[in-house]
Design a protein around this ligand. Sequence first.
Ligand code: NAD
Length: 377
Amino acid sequence: MTKIGVVGSGTMGIGIAQIAASNGCQVFLYDLNLSQSQQALARLQTLLSSLVEKGKITAQQSESIIQHIQICPQLSGLKDCDLIIEAIVENKEAKVKLFQELEEVVSNKCILATNTSSISITSIAAGLSIPERFLGIHFFNPAPLMPLVEIIPGLRTSPSLSEEIALLLKDWKKTPVKAKDLPGFIVNRIARPFYGEALRIVEEHLATPEQVDEAMKSLGNFKMGPFELIDLIGVDVNFAVTQTVYKDYFYDPKYKPSLLQQRMSEAKLLGRKTGKGFYDYTGTVEKVTPHRDEVLYREIFLRIISMLVNEAVEAKRLHIASDEDLEIAVQKGVNYPKGLLAWGQKIGYTKISETLDKLYQYYQEERYRQSPLLRLL
Ligand code: NAD
């Protein structure tokens, strides 16, 4: 596959274009707004120049990447592509309309893919005349740096397509995993309790964000604590993903969003991008060193890790991905120090199950129900 189309030249689109171009593919970049593509390419050029200055890439490599990206003012410029990856606004109608227009200009052999984080692949495919050639290829932000890519076939996707795309992504030095077309795919589903349970602990005044982060980092070796990560992702963006997953699982209480996070979003305390979230980034507030309470830290860690392991075990039970892919996904997509099934084994599934039993007894909430598989492991 040498000719790659990318539609949408925002955060993800330009990153995907950079990956394909770095791997010698000819990239055809289209955006509804032509100046958006021009600005994105100019920004990429600046970024590549700084990488040249730092000695990370050569001047020839930088030049070659830029030369491999061609901006197309019209969608028809993508007519000869072998694969087109869409990264436009997260709206089902807009995506279906775009793919219908693309089907008018490309050959029947062209593979069509979406980078959607939350829309059902099967539902977009239903609007296409050849749904068999359509699938999800979900990159993580920043796409050029994050190795993980989730490949999501829809119910009508041709069975051989996932493997073909996996080989291409491996050629691009990515780590592909295959996921079922269910809300959140792998990572956005099984990582939810990392944020959700942490928020709940703080909402209930059981610990401060600093203590929760310290507990996860010191006892679990997580590179970032939940609140540091939420501030990095954006309090609003993380909240939006939780809301979507909650709604798409027909309001399963396991994924219920946090009112604290809603209020923070409303207050525009969005994290790093606004200078203040759970932490202050303006440099005007002194950093608090949390009071280290070993018993509290252990409780926090066990509670959050048990919820995460339970989610991974449930994903295993539902065949959302292979065991291996479930483990790779959290390590390569959200930088966890080890896979969640490996955590389960290390701590002991019985201990995880007992922890969830205690939470369930205390709260009397469906949120803490166990995967039926957990007691069998
Ligand atoms: P963005 O807002 O940065 O960029 C979207 C671009 O698409 C804009 O330049 C816009 O002009 C263009 N666009 C909108 N409608 C269009 C249309 N009909 N035709 C052509 N171009 C159009 O968005 P983003 O953050 O890059 O996200 C793009 C997609 O990737 C979304 O589906 C999102 O859910 C998904 N995604 C985002 C992230 C992330 O962290 N940002 C991660 C994984 C997946």
